[in-house]
Write a protein that binds this ligand. Sequence first.
Ligand SMILES: [Cu+2]
Length: 141
Amino acid sequence: MKHTKTLLMSVVLSASVLLSSTVLAENHVITAVGMKYKPTVLKIAPGDTVSWEAMSIHLTESIEGMIPEGAEGWMSKLGESFQTQPLTVEGVYFYKCTPHWGARMGGVIIVGNPTNLAAITASKPKGALKYYVKKANKAMK
Ligand SMILES: [Cu+2]
C-alpha cells in the first residue's frame, strides 16, 4: 500500500514537471502601431515565441548577422499575423519591417542573456540599426 502511494506520488510529480515546462513557454505579442512596433524592445525567456499583430501594411524580417549564431531567422508575408518558432538560442534578435525600414520601423527581441550584443555594439552599426542597438543596451542596464 505504502509503495503504491509513493509510486503514485512520483507519477504525479513528474507529470507536473512536464506540464510546467510546457506551460512556462509563453507567446509575446508585438503590435504594429503607425510606423512603430510596440513594445520596441521585448525581453523573453528561451523557448518562448513572439507574434506580430495589426500588420496590415507591415511585415517582420530578422536582420541577417543581427541574430545569435546558430539561431534561425524569419520573414513574414506582408499583412500576416506571424508567429515565430520557439526562440531557443539566447541572444539579441534585431528585426525590421522591410518596406518601412527607411522610417526605422523595426525592433529587438532579447532572449535570455544578450550573448551577441557586445559584439554587435562593437561593430558600430549605422542608421536605424544604431538606434535599436542603443535601445537594446539601455534595456539591459
Ligand atoms: Cu511597416
